[in-house]
Write a new protein. Sequence first.
Length: 224
Amino acid sequence: MSDQVKGYLRRTLVMLPAVPLMALGISLCVFGNLGSDPFTAFQQGIGNLSGLQVGDVSMICNVSIVVAFIFIDRKMVNVGSVIFAFCTGPCINFFNGVIRSIAGAEFATSWVAYLYPVIGNLLITLALAYYLPIDLGIQALDMLSLTVGERMLKKTYGIGLYIIYAVMFALALLMKAPWGFGTLVSILLVGKGVDLLKPRLTPMVYKLAGMGPPQVYAVEEEGQ
């Protein structure tokens, strides 16, 4: 096995924990029933109309976006994109069942419910900031956010995410998806949180993935 292949496999293995981490964050937001991030709320709206589980809708949406970006911007699509597209949805369904069995329905309607979207969005922010520097392709929502924020507007990932969130939130409202405290937490926390956390996690991630010092990355961050 060549060093290049070994490096590729190492980066893939280092990236994998971000998938269940993100799925757990989404599941906590959904379970709290106080509103999810706008992209998940959009998927919940489709689920309400179709009768599908949120995880199933998530996989359909993510795979569709990845397929579209094969033609729009092939450079964004890599093994990481495929893993996120096909694995996040099933992980969401799995964690939904686990959380319900452990926490019980009473925790979804008490004051404790307010903790679920806070913890969930922190996990989502951590997962995004952790996997993005690995550069093995990006998940569907990030394809949209990076395209709008960095490539179209010449701003940051967070700015692009806010714009995509606004569009998704409007569509979710049209489909009468649940929204509330959790949605507000997501809008205020995730985009800016990733912008702040990503450069701080990058040196550690590069070391774990054997990618060398993130000198080029640091220069790009300062220029944003």
